[in-house]
Ligand binder design. Structure first.
Ligand code: 13P
Length: 251
């Protein structure tokens, strides 16, 4: 892992967590991060929107960052059930995940939607984490690198820089399945992503690329050591403080 890029370990809690359990998880992560006193890595938790404010309060002073899992592209208006990037910021978030494959699949989000959401994040002063990744069918038909390139070109807004964007590579078939690409496959995908980004942003060499998909304490060390991997976006394993902290430690 290149030392010039400070690793980011992000937990995506997805649609999990009622207040009591979430508070236990948040305070557990906060205590571990505070104890470790890391200055060479960042730890982020992305709770469901209902808990962003409470979790932000609970982790205050620990160094743990808080993010949303999605935002609407608009500031406000007639969008029943949606949440703006400004609202997430107001609730204590500094980051927001956009374009997660579950939203691309469940909600039909397109690359253009994702780009607009990333721009909304900037407007609200949040750091967007843009997710991309191929399906199993795309991988098996040899289209992985082409799919990643198309997603990047469609999802990364003009004006992006390394300081204003994080990209997460999450192969759809590796999410929640216990399966991961080999370290060599991860390194190849990340190298390709960085190559494509070089044509899109001025300082692609400094941009953080996270790997996501079945990351856990036991495989974090090797996945995070792969070339061009600057952190992890963790789903299931981020729901247990000890497991999540083990991944952060491995960074
Ligand atoms: P899992 O870690 O549960 O595979 O989920 C990964 C993910 O989708 C994170 O955004």
């Amino acid at each position: 892992m290149a030392r010039s890029r400070r690793p980011l370990i992000a937990g995506n809690w997805k649609m999990n967590g009622l207040r009591a359990d979430a508070m236990n998880l948040a305070t557990g992560v906060a205590a571990g991060v505070k104890r470790a006193g890391w200055t060479d890595r960042e730890v982020l938790v992305c709770p469901p929107a209902t808990l962003v404010m409470a979790v932000s309060e609970a982790v205050k002073g620990s160094g743990v960052l808080v993010g949303g899992q999605n935002c609407h592209a608009s500031v406000s208006g007639a969008h029943t059930g949606d949440i703006s990037a400004e609202m997430l910021g107001d609730a204590g978030a500094s980051h927001v995940i956009v374009g997660h494959s579950e939203r691309r699949t469940d909600c039909g989000e397109t690359d253009t939607d994702v780009r607009h959401k990333a721009e909304a994040a900037w407007r609200a002063g949040l750091l967007p984490i843009v997710c991309i990744g191929e399906t199993l069918a795309e991988r098996e038909s040899g289209r992985t690198l082409a799919v990643l390139e198309t997603q990047l070109k469609g999802s990364v807004p003009a004006g992006a820089t390394a300081a204003k964007l994080v990209v997460a590579y999450e192969p759809v078939w590796a999410i929640g399945t216990g399966k991961t690409p080999s370290v060599a496959e991860v390194a190849a995908a990340h190298a390709h992503i960085r190559r494509v980004l070089t044509g899109l942003i001025p300082d692609a060499g400094a941009l953080r690329l996270l790997y996501g998909g079945s990351v856990k304490g036991s495989n974090a060390g090797e996945l995070l050591a792969a070339g061009d991997v600057d952190g992890a976006l963790v789903g299931g394993a981020s729901l247990k403080a000890d497991e999540f902290l083990a991944i952060a430690k491995a960074a």
